[in-house]
Ligand binder design. Structure first.
Ligand code: FRU
Length: 486
């Protein structure tokens, strides 16, 4: 693993030419994705500023241009007509002000008339590296160039620690007010959400209070990227708690969870209907963000996440890049849980169905009908059927276990290479999307999902399936451009 000095990680991008050679090199990688958003160079992490604005989907990702390292963060901007075909659009926000001198950290967007308004965290650091997180805004008009406000909307409060970031802005029609949810940490290091309120979007913000979530007063040390949305008449709280291990999740201390319940904006209390659930049971899924959709369907949300975790390292580090965004998912609420399905338009990327005995293309979709009994399915095995990403279903426990230890390229072994995806109903169907360096598994039409990076080598292209499984395979076409736009 390469050691980076602070100067190297926090170098300011002066010109696109600074990274052109890096781009030319990494675009040759066998692991560049065909239909997932990925970093133009360097590292991509959280989805930011995700919104439908005047008929175009806008999305940014946290971007460190220099390599597979968390250093100076930019927002890199991609756009899409349909959430499937994405084009690089260049830098969305650069850390070019004093108030964001060490990074334009995560945030969200809201579309208002002709303007798309970004809210983000200005990660300011003094010479002595003391951090001050500011909540900042930028307005993008017709020319497509966001203009930052001269000053932040508000600074941090001293009744919480320096961890106050990731503004997610929402409009609440009942209260006729905007709210910003901020991921935060109390002074005694408990994770929480701070809530701000304003009647106007770009002024008048006041601290409304800390969100109360009864039963979860001490749950992790920081809640990153929180937000509350309403789907199908239910309130949903999604966030990424960190600095804590959770049962059944190996040694990882980073998670992405949700509650379904009721949000009371008068008392700022989110009352969960039941215990938290994992948004995704995979090895790599974090910082999920719901899209702002003007006049969206009240029963369906759209969400994307970072395929990756904060403290993890991935094999493409050697090639000076890492990260990818998940497929966009539709969210619905049913039976007290979120149902997550790939947006239907993804199916249009499927080519002609392949013979079931053949090899797996690196980018492929699978649909697997399961009889409800125990089974095994191993993807990207060697020609003789050994190794691979192994899925084992235990019908008695209704648990699907995913084991990545058989792959040639092993990574993040210290946090665990085997995880369970528990199910409420017997497993009857899997829908799987593999790209060149990721796999997303949707069980029982979205009852549970499992996302992981995966880096098959040249000899890992086969699969094996227990008798009785009905396997269908399609190659997937490219839908992201991999062009040098900076
Ligand atoms: C989550 C996160 C955010 C922060 C951003 C910085 O992955 O740590 O809390 O804004 O990444 O890149």
């Amino acid at each position: 693993m390469r050691e980076w000095t602070r100067e190297e990680r926090y170098r300011v991008l002066e010109s696109p030419e600074d990274i052109r050679a890096l781009y030319e090199r990494i675009r040759q990688s066998d692991y560049r994705q065909l239909y997932h958003v990925q970093p133009v160079t360097g590292l991509s992490s959280d989805p930011n500023g995700f919104a439908l604005h005047r008929g175009v989907w806008h999305l940014c990702y946290q971007w460190c241009p220099w390599g597979a390292v968390h250093g100076l963060k930019y927002w890199y901007h991609v756009t899409s007509p349909d959430l499937v075909h994405w084009s690089n659009a260049g830098i969305g926000l650069a850390p070019d002000r004093d108030y964001d001198n060490r990074g334009a950290h995560s945030g969200s967007a809201i579309s208002r008339g002709d303007e798309l308004v970004y809210f983000y965290t200005g990660n300011h650091r003094d010479e002595d590296w003391t951090r001050t997180p500011y909540t900042c805004a930028a307005v993008m008009g017709d020319d497509g160039r966001p203009k930052k406000l001269d000053a932040p909307l508000f600074g941090p409060r001293d009744d919480h620690s320096e961890h106050q970031r990731d503004p997610k802005v929402v409009w609440n029609p009942d209260k006729q007010a905007y709210y910003i949810f901020i991921g935060a940490q109390t002074l005694d290091k408990r994770g929480c959400v701070m809530v701000y309120r304003s009647r106007a979007l770009l002024e008048g913000w006041e601290f409304a209070g800390e969100l109360k979530v009864p039963g979860y007063e001490a749950f992790g040390g920081m809640w990153e990227c929180p937000y509350i949305t309403r789907i199908g008449g239910k309130d949903v709280l999604i966030f990424s708690p960190q600095y804590t291990k959770l049962p059944g999740r190996g040694e990882s201390t980073n998670h992405n969870v949700y509650f379904i319940g009721r949000m009371d904006y008068d008392t700022l209390t989110f009352t969960p209907d039941g215990p938290f659930r994992h948004l995704d049971y995979g090895f790599d899924f974090y910082a999920a963000q719901g899209a702002f959709i003007p006049d969206g369907d009240p029963d369906v949300g759209i969400l994307m996440a970072w395929i990756g975790l904060p403290d993890n390292h991935y094999p493409t580090e050697e090639e000076d890049w890492e990260g990818s965004l998940s497929l966009p998912r539709e969210l619905r609420v049913a039976n007290g849980r979120l149902i997550q399905t790939p947006i239907p338009a993804v199916k249009a990327l499927r080519g002609a169905e392949l013979p079931a005995e053949g090899a797996l293309p690196a980018a492929c979709a699978l649909e697997v009908g399961c009889p409800g009994d125990d089974f095994e399915l191993s993807l990207f095995t060697r020609a003789d059927g050994s190794g691979g990403l192994r899925l084992r279903y235990d019908a008695a426990r209704r648990v699907c276990t995913v084991d990545k230890r058989g792959m040639d390229k092993r990574f993040n072994a210290q946090v665990g290479e085997v995880l369970d995806m528990p199910l409420d109903a017997p497993l009857t169907k899997l829908e799987i999307y593999a790209d060149r360096s990721s796999v997303e598994i949707f069980a029982n039409d979205g009852e549970a999902t499992f996302t992981t990076h995966l880096y098959p080598t040249g000899r890992e292209f086969n699969y094996t399936a227990s008798e009785g499984l009905d396997v269908h395979i399609w190659p997937m076409a490219r839908s992201v451009t991999d062009e040098f736009v900076v």
